[in-house]
Ligand binder design. Structure first.
Ligand code: PHE
Ligand code: ZN
Ligand code: ZN
Ligand code: ZN
Length: 295
C-alpha cells in the first residue's frame, strides 16, 4: 500500500530536512539543497504521471528554477493552479517555511492522481524558486507567460507556511470582509476563501482572514487579475489571547518562533494543523478540478 495523506507529507518533510542537512543546512536559492529539493519533488510527480517542466531563470545573478507539473488530462484552456515556494532562507532548512506548503500541494497532487479521476479543468502545481528573495520565481513565471496563456489560468491557490507550531488558521481575505488593509482580491477570490473556510470548518476550525499584503507568491497573480486564495498558519506575528482561546496554543508567542531560523526543522511543525490544511487543499483540488468558478 502506498503511503498517502498526512503520513506521506511527513515523509516529504523528513526528506527535505535530510536534503538540507546534506547540503550545508539549507535549501536556499543558488545552493545545492534547492536543486536537490526540486529533483525530489519532480521525481515524485513524474512517477505519478504528471507532465513536468523545469523553468530556469537568472533574475538574481544566479541560476535557479521553478517546477511546474500538470495533469495530462483536463481542458488546457481552463487551468487551476496550486503553488508553494520550495526555497528556504539560507539560515535554516525551511521545513515549516515552506516545506509544509510544498509537501502538502505535492501530496494533494499525488493523492488526486492516485484516485484515478480525470479532471475537467487542467490542474497545474507550481513549486517556486527564490520566493525568499522577493517572489522572484513566481514573478518571473507570470511576467514571461504569454498573454494567451495567462488568460487560461482561472484561479491560483497559494500555500506558504501551513504547519506553524503555534498555529493560527488564516485564509486570504478575498472579499475584504474586514474592509481594511489590502482590499479584496480579483473577482472570484471570495469564493476561494469561502471554499477553504468551509473545508476548515468541516475539520472543526474557525478561520480568520489575512490580507493580500503581498508577502507571498499570490502577489504576481492578483496583480495580473487572476482570482486567488490560500491558507496560512502564521509567521513571526504574535498570537493574541482571543486567538489562543479559539485555536489553542500559546498567547503572546509567535505563530512560528523559528521563522527564518535554523530551528525551522521537522520538529517545528504542528502535524494536526498541517493535516487540516492538507484536507482543505485536497478539497479545493477535488472541487476545482471539476469547476471554477462555482455557479
Ligand atoms: N512569505 C513569507 C516568507 O516566506 C511568509 C509569509 C506568508 C508571511 C504569508 C506573511 C503571509 O517568509
Ligand atoms: Zn520565508
Ligand atoms: Zn514562505
Ligand atoms: Zn474575507
Amino acid at each position: 500500500e502506498p503511503v498517502t495523506g498526512i503520513a506521506a507529507v511527513q515523509e516529504h518533510l523528513r526528506e527535505l530536512q535530510r536534503i538540507a542537512e546534506a547540503n550545508g543546512g539549507n535549501r536556499a536559492v543558488g545552493q545545492p539543497g534547492y536543486k536537490a529539493s526540486l529533483d525530489y519533488v519532480k521525481a515524485q510527480l513524474d512517477a505519478a504521471g504528471f507532465t513536468t517542466q523545469v523553468q530556469e531563470f537568472n533574475d538574481l545573478g544566479v541560476i535557479t528554477y521553478n517546477l511546474l507539473a500538470e495533469t495530462p488530462g483536463g481542458d488546457a484552456n481552463r487551468v487551476v493552479m496550486f503553488g508553494a515556494h520550495l526555497d528556504s532562507v539560507s539560515r535554516g532548512p525551511g521545513i515549516n517555511d515552506n516545506g509544509t506548503g510544498a509537501a502538502a500541494i505535492l501530496q494533494a497532487a499525488l493523492d488526486y492522481a492516485g484516485s484515478g479521476a480525470t479532471p475537467k479543468n487542467k490542474l497545474r502545481f507550481a513549486f517556486w524558486g527564490a520566493e525568499e528573495e522577493g517572489l522572484v520565481g513566481s514573478t518571473h513565471y507570470v511576467r514571461t507567460l504569454p498573454d494567451a496563456e495567462r488568460q487560461k489560468i482561472v484561479a491560483y491557490l497559494n500555500f506558504d507556511m501551513v504547519g506553524s507550531p503555534n498555529a493560527g488558521y488564516f485564509t486570504y481575505d478575498g472579499d475584504d470582509s474586514d474592509g481594511e488593509g489590502a482590499g479584496p482580491g480579483p473577482e472570484g477570490s471570495a469564493q476561494i476563501e469561502k471554499l477553504l473556510n468551509d473545508a476548515l470548518a468541516a475539520a472543526g476550525v474557525q478561520t480568520e482572514g489575512t490580507d493580500f499584503d503581498g508577502r507571498s507568491d499570490y502577489g504576481p497573480f492578483i496583480e495580473a487579475g487572476i482570482p486567488a486564495g490560500g491558507t496560512f498558519t502564521g509567521a513571526e506575528q504574535v498570537k493574541t489571547a482571543e486567538q489562543a482561546q479559539k485555536w489553542g496554543g500559546q498567547a503572546g508567542e509567535a505563530f512560528d518562533p523559528c521563522y527564518h531560523r535554523a530551528c525551522d526543522t521537522v520538529d517545528n511543525v504542528d502535524t494536526r494543523a498541517l493535516d487540516r490544511n492538507l484536507q482543505a487543499i485536497a478539497e479545493a483540488v477535488k472541487v476545482y478540478a471539476e469547476q471554477f468558478p462555482q455557479p
